[in-house]
Design a protein around this ligand. Structure first.
Ligand SMILES: N[C@@H](CCC(=O)N[C@@H](CS)C(=O)NCC(=O)O)C(=O)O
Length: 126
């Protein structure tokens, strides 16, 4: 049975680049008001409560996470965007602000993060 009163929930960690991707998509697509957003700051009681709520559903909790339908939890930013895109009738690849973030700052941050990991690994092996 479908619950038509259910509003999807997204759990977003402050300053997380993956969470920002989802937030930006929701804002630019016009879906933000259709979704309940649970924001939290790392290290707070709010985070503890969200971790406790999500941990029965995952081996390892990560953010962003969404409850797309009652009991259907997803923890992958691209999967969350892919679920909402058809509901908004939008192709994420054609959304100017979203695309600029994903291909620009986000992509650069991922590249630098990987490079940093490799440098740390090389330094600790030396
Ligand atoms: N592949 C995931 C990556 C998400 C990710 O690595 N999130 C980090 C935060 S930036 C995380 O949840 N780390 C564990 C934690 O914060 O508890 C996605 O795109 O959603």
């Amino acid at each position: 049975m479908t619950d038509n009163t259910f509003k999807p929930i997204v759990y977003l960690k402050e300053n997380c680049p993956f969470c920002f991707k989802v937030r930006l998509f929701l804002l630019e697509s016009g879906l933000a008001s259709e979704v309940e957003t649970r924001d939290f700051v790392p290290g707070t009681e709010q985070e503890e409560a969200i971790q406790s709520e999500l941990s029965p559903h995952f081996e390892k909790v990560s953010f962003p996470t969404a409850q797309l339908e009652p009991g259907r939890y997803v923890a992958e930013s691209d999967d969350i965007v892919a679920f909402f895109a058809p509901k908004a009738g939008r192709d994420p690849a054609g959304m100017t602000v979203y695309r600029n973030y994903v291909n620009g700052v986000f992509s650069m941050a991922m590249k630098l993060w990987k490079e940093n990991q490799e440098l740390k690994k090389a330094a600790s092996a030396a």
